[in-house]
Write a protein that binds this ligand. Structure first.
Ligand SMILES: NC(=O)c1ccc[n+]([C@@H]2O[C@H](COP(=O)([O-])OP(=O)(O)OC[C@H]3O[C@@H](n4cnc5c(N)ncnc54)[C@H](O)[C@@H]3O)[C@@H](O)[C@H]2O)c1
Length: 263
């Protein structure tokens, strides 16, 4: 498929995990990608894309910092003459402290990247998309934004905020040709969750990971990247203001013991 031929695309958090996989897939479908991250590891993503013939540039920046976000959008315009797709994906977990351990400073740090970051990106990107006749914005939320238990309190609240942000931004951009959607991943093996996988491997419990969802496994970054590409593409032209859950079914049930399958 070549759904993004010639399109100008920004992906944040593209040095690792979901963002890296998405930048690679957008470029593989013909997109001209500006891959942004605070980590210098972003240059590895760019090398990977270029080696397979794709078009990509890298930028080291802080997705929670307004001036950096504005520079990122300006750089996409300079490089690619416009902006068609923004995947606001950069995020931090902030660890797993309880509500009573997590400080005000911890909350501010998590909200700054995970919620204020996508807000700043939408503010900077949407007017440029409107000037170019429309576009698509996708933000990474989480199943942690739907229910408690999949992250720290600040992380969950930040992701619930992202789910709200995509619906309100879609409506504030009504009639402009800019769609705004979100993705709620379940447990995906990335840099953010590496410790869970490493600890399980050390204990010999890798086969227990993902057993709480009906698909009975964790996900890989490409499974979220494919959903991001779908939402950003014209295949999703009538999907707007929606947060798509991609979690193997994790959030689809109350925590009951499921009946044994027949047959
Ligand atoms: N892995 C999961 O199970 C899971 C589940 C639900 C949601 N998510 C969300 O997916 C998104 C991507 O995370 P991932 O799982 O790929 O983790 P990851 O750690 O592999 O990738 C996140 C990337 O974001 C970058 N980043 C963090 N803060 C930044 C900042 N201020 N400015 C620029 N870049 C920054 C990191 O350097 C890293 O490269 C995050 O928003 C995360 O909350 C992940």
């Amino acid at each position: 498929m070549n759904r993004f031929t010639g399109k100008s695309i920004i992906v944040t958090g593209a040095a690792s995990g979901i963002g890296r996989a998405s930048a690679i897939l957008f470029a593989a479908e013909g997109g001209r990608v500006l891959a942004a991250d605070r980590s210098p590891q972003i240059h590895e993503t760019i090398e990977t894309i270029r080696k397979s013939g794709g078009v990509a540039h890298g930028m080291e920046m802080d997705a929670g910092h307004e001036a950096d976000v504005r520079k990122m959008v300006a750089e996409a315009l300079r490089l690619h003459g416009g902006l068609d797709v923004l995947f606001a994906n950069a995020g931090i977990s902030g660890g797993m402290p309880s509500l009573f351990e997590q400080t005000e400073a911890d909350w501010k740090a998590v909200l700054q990247v995970n919620l204020i970051g996508p807000m700043l990106a939408i503010q900077a990107a949407a007017p440029e998309m409107i000037r170019g006749g429309g576009g698509a914005i996708v933000c990474t939320a989480s199943v942690a934004g739907l229910r408690s238990g999949a992250g720290s309190p600040a992380y969950s609240a930040s992701k619930a905020g992202v789910i709200s942000l995509v619906s309100l931004a879609a409506n504030q951009l009504a009639g402009t040709g800019v769609r705004v959607n979100g993705i709620c991943p379940g447990l995906i093996e990335t840099g953010m969750t590496r410790e869970i996988f490493t600890r399980a491997a050390e204990r010999g419990t890798t086969d227990r990971i993902g057993q709480l969802n009906p698909t009975r496994r964790s996900g890989v970054p490409e499974e979220i990247a494919r959903a991001a590409l779908f939402l950003a593409s014209s295949d999703a032209s009538y999907i707007n203001g929606h947060a798509l859950v991609v979690d193997g079914g994790l959030s689809s049930s109350l925590p009951i013991v499921p009946p044994k399958p027949r047959g």
